[in-house]
Design a protein around this ligand. Structure first.
Ligand code: PLP
Length: 294
């Protein structure tokens, strides 16, 4: 991955209004060392992040990503982000974007152990080439997430629904899916309901109706799924958030993994069995997702 830009942010209080944040932003060499050895994001994964797609210099869906950063911060008892400061930092990072697709990451960590304040930084890099997944699709393996649908409400300390930096489990799930001959995983609850992929939302199509699992099920509310639902509703399709039985993934007329950087990757097989792919429709979805979106 080629890094293009990195900026360290000295977070200011969420209610501090300023006309200028320049003294709180420090550009650093994106290939150089940047974090202290006591950094809790590195030691414990104790922090949150967002990944935003940047297409031809346009940062996609800034406000939905900032809204989710605020939500994740609240779930993790991190200080509320100052949105004015983050908007300025995003704008600075966007200036380093090139043509084509880049990925911007916003990171907010609990900070250095025994340190006075959280740490935050923003990076910009070239996006990986996702064209193959978008056109040829992905095979998925369904994996038990190990908890039932009611766990997010019963055990909020699991931070389900927060986009935390603790992605080791998500990465392990992808490795497990690959060892089963698939490209990616889709998590299901122990009582048999569909959740999400380790780095993407899942959307199913039944006729003219598009369905995604409810975010209250302890999954991330995907900004790409939100944006896609608005697009589909504008085209006259029905959309809904539901409790989706895991078996629906194989019964759907079509299904996609969706995320800010990958965009729409059609699911072409579930646990080794082929499922239908609508290539032309997927191309339309990706044309929309690649267009400038706010
Ligand atoms: N679910 C998980 C676990 C993710 O990591 C992601 C994105 O990285 C998503 C869903 C999709 O979110 P978004 O569309 O906002 O990128």
């Amino acid at each position: 991955m080629a890094w293009r830009f990195a900026l360290v942010i000295d977070p200011v209080a969420s209610d501090e209004e300023r006309s200028d944040y320049a003294d709180t932003l420090r550009e650093i060499d994106p290939d150089g060392p940047a974090l202290g050895v006591g950094e809790l994001s590195a030691q414990r994964g104790d922090g949150i992040f967002e990944s935003l797609g940047v297409v031809d210099g346009h940062v996609q869906e800034i406000e939905p990503h900032l809204a989710r950063l605020v939500h994740s911060a609240a779930l993790c008892d991190l200080p509320a982000p100052n949105l004015g400061q983050w908007r300025v930092a995003i704008e600075r990072a966007a200036r380093a974007a090139g043509e084509g697709e880049n990925v911007m990451k916003l990171l907010l960590s609990r900070g250095v152990e025994h340190g006075p304040a959280p740490t935050a930084w923003i990076t910009l890099a070239d996006a990986p080439d996702n064209s193959r997944g978008r056109t040829e699709g992905v095979g998925v393996a369904t994996l038990d997430r190990g908890y039932a649908l009611d766990v997010p409400a019963r055990a909020p300390w699991l931070l389900l629904g927060a986009k935390t930096l603790s992605y080791a489990v998500n990465m392990a799930a992808i490795r497990e899916a690959k060892s089963r001959g698939a490209d990616d995983a889709v998590f299901v609850t122990s009582d048999g309901y569909l959740l999400e992929a380790p780095t993407a939302s899942v959307v199913l199509r039944f006729g003219d109706r598009f369905v995604t699992p409810e975010p209250q099920a302890g999954i991330l509310h995907g900004t790409t799924q939100l944006s896609l639902f608005a697009f589909l509703e504008g085209r006259g399709f029905a959309t809904s958030y539901e409790t989706v039985p895991a078996g629906d993934l194989s019964r759907a007329d079509a299904a996609w993994l969706l995320s800010s950087v990958r965009l729409a990757a059609p699911i072409r097989s579930v646990d080794g069995a082929d499922v239908p792919v609508d290539r032309a429709f997927t191309d339309e979805l990706n044309a929309y997702l690649l267009s400038p979106r706010d």
